[in-house]
Design a protein around this ligand. Structure first.
Ligand SMILES: Nc1ncnc2c1ncn2[C@@H]1O[C@H](COP(=O)(O)OP(=O)(O)OP(=O)(O)O)[C@@H](O)[C@H]1O
Length: 298
């Protein structure tokens, strides 16, 4: 498959089976910045997610799943990205199931098995990069990126299973967040309150990009955005409870910005997911034989 030029209208797939190129329709790339919404001046807000991880926090109903769905929609339409989705509630990310390589519901054993496989793949990718004297994957690589999207980390890290399983989940996730970026593994995870009893601070502090939807107080906002922002006047407590999807985003400029997340309602998500699944069936399936020659595709 030839990778799409940014904003090119039609993706032309050259499958590795040697068949004629197929026109499959517009698509995106995970190397494109992801449209997350608008800033306070009404300008589009796009953030690069490749080589990054994002933590999404905020009180119940603040719009965390809305942002997660916007990110997953971009990744689903990016044929250079595969999806691994973990959703204890099953319905927040469930619409993307047909586009995903793996979908884990309320099952900690399945979540651990998936994270272990991703960890193994990450290690093999590093072996490969080391052999090639390179430090990270590029758009031209045979590797596809992976988006690991988790709706409510707390479900796996603090609620279900045994203490040992919950700790193992946090340890595996921390390793993916710490080492996965250079080999194209992007973790985007949502939780209502990422305090230390929910996820270890050593894991929380590794997320560079942060979004805080409305928080009940300054200290909750600081827990999501990082200590000290509320004292500098940046608290997601100022967001109105009647304004879901609004919140403070820390991305490439290093400081918080007020944004309103682009909301995809259920019908829109379903339509995008159906289109993305069709694109993937046409192109990704055709490309799979080529992927077997790279070290992680076993
Ligand atoms: N960006 C947005 N623009 C407009 N409305 C939104 C937006 N995001 C969310 N909403 C509205 O708020 C509701 C709750 O949003 P969402 O489910 O994303 O919250 P949440 O923070 O994930 O909640 P929970 O913690 O309970 O899962 C949605 O059903 C929708 O009606």
């Amino acid at each position: 498959m030839r990778r799409r030029e940014l904003m090119s209208p039609v993706l032309v797939a050259h499958t590795s089976t040697g068949t004629a190129p197929v026109e499959v329709g517009p698509a995106l790339s995970i190397f494109d910045p992801v449209h997350v919404g608008i800033d306070e001046f009404g300008q589009p807000k796009r953030v690069p997610l490749i080589y990054r991880n994002m933590l999404i926090g905020g009180e119940p109903g603040s719009g965390k799943s809305g942002l997660l769905n916007a990110v997953v929609a971009h990744a689903a339409l990016s044929l250079d990205c595969r999806l691994c989705l973990l959703d204890g509630k099953r319905v927040e990310l469930g619409q993307w199931r047909r586009c995903a390589d793996a979908f884990v519901g309320p099952d900690i054993a399945a979540a651990l098995a998936l994270l272990k496989r991703l960890q193994m793949m990450m290690d093999r990718r590093y072996d490969y990069l080391e052999d090639c004297d390179r430090r990270k994957i590029t758009p031209q690589d045979v590797f596809t990126a992976y988006l690991v999207a988790i709706d409510e980390i707390a479900y796996f890290s603090a609620t279900v299973g045994s203490k040992q399983q919950r700790e193992e989940f946090s340890v595996l996730l921390r390793d993916l967040v710490a080492r996965g970026r250079a080999v194209g593994i992007i973790v985007v995870a949502a939780t209502q309150r990422p305090s230390s009893d929910i996820i270890p601070t050593s894991l929380r502090d590794l997320f560079a990009w942060r979004f805080a939807g409305r928080c009940t107080n300054d200290s909750s906002s600081d827990i999501v955005l990082g200590h000290g922002w509320a004292n500098k006047g940046w608290s997601a407590n100022i967001v109105s409870p009647n304004n879901p999807g609004a919140g403070l985003l820390i991305a490439e400029n290093g400081g918080p910005e007020l944004v309103k997340v682009a909301y995809l309602d259920d019908r829109t998500c379903a339509a995008i997911a159906a289109y993305a699944a069709e694109l993937r069936a046409t192109v990704v399936a055709g490309d799979r034989p080529a992927l077997r020659s790279v070290p992680d595709a076993a």
